[in-house]
Write a protein that binds this ligand. Structure first.
Ligand code: HEC
Length: 180
């Protein structure tokens, strides 16, 4: 009994302190100051687990279809490169100013240390966005086909030279109907 009472008291104190801290306004929320380790760990884990869970039933189409790749390039360049960069560019105002930092998608997966990057996870993140981060939900304004095209494109992105990137992202008459 004694131990139960003690446990109860400790949990009440913990809950009250957490609420007190949240309410105190002492946590630095500015994007120019990174999260403390504990908060960063909690948010990253929440993100990884949530995306893995939400994307587990998604069926991935054939991503090596050249048409998909060609359709994804111009969209990526117009909607994503400002944050996620392009070959030959290692930073931008947005990539530097946002926290969490947008991952550099011109570097292959292993190198930026994310393990929630399978095509189905990427598709989910692009479609639904990530709350309280700079990543918008593109699915509100773009259909699944267009999102898969960008997934196909970012899979190839780390291998592209600046010149290849320029060619693959140019709008041509065949993908013009997609422009907005
Ligand atoms: C305004 C900046 C911004 C724009 C524009 C943007 N993103 Fe993001 N994106 C982010 C941020 C920030 C994150 C990381 C969020 C986090 O880790 O909490 C992210 C995460 C992602 C991820 C998860 C990557 C990983 O390895 O974890 C993918 C994939 C992605 N974005 C693709 C895209 C695509 C495709 C577009 C264009 C349609 C796009 N983003 C446009 C800011 C942006």
């Amino acid at each position: 009994m004694q131990i139960l009472k003690l446990l109860l008291m400790v949990s009440v104190i913990a809950v009250v302190s957490i609420f007190g801290f949240v309410y105190s306004g002492l946590y630095p929320i500015g994007a120019d100051d990174s999260h403390t380790r504990v908060v960063y760990w909690a948010l990253e884990t929440l993100l990884e687990r949530s995306v893995a869970n939400a994307s587990k039933d998604i069926v991935v189409p054939a991503l090596d279809d050249p048409k998909l790749l060609l359709a994804g390039g111009p969209d990526y360049n117009e909607m994503c490169a400002s944050c996620h960069l392009k070959p030959g560019k290692s930073e931008s105002d947005l990539s530097l100013g946002l926290s969490p930092e947008p991952p550099n998608l011109t570097i292959s997966d292993g190198d930026h240390g994310d393990d929630h990057d399978g095509p189905e996870q990427r598709f989910w993140v692009i479609k639904h966005g990530i709350k309280a981060s700079g990543m918008p939900a593109w699915g509100l304004t773009h259909d699944d086909q267009r999102i898969w095209a960008m997934v196909a494109f970012i899979q190839k992105l780390p291998e592209l030279t600046p010149f290849q990137y320029q060619i693959l992202t140019a709008r041509t008459s065949s993908n013009e109907e997609h422009s907005h």
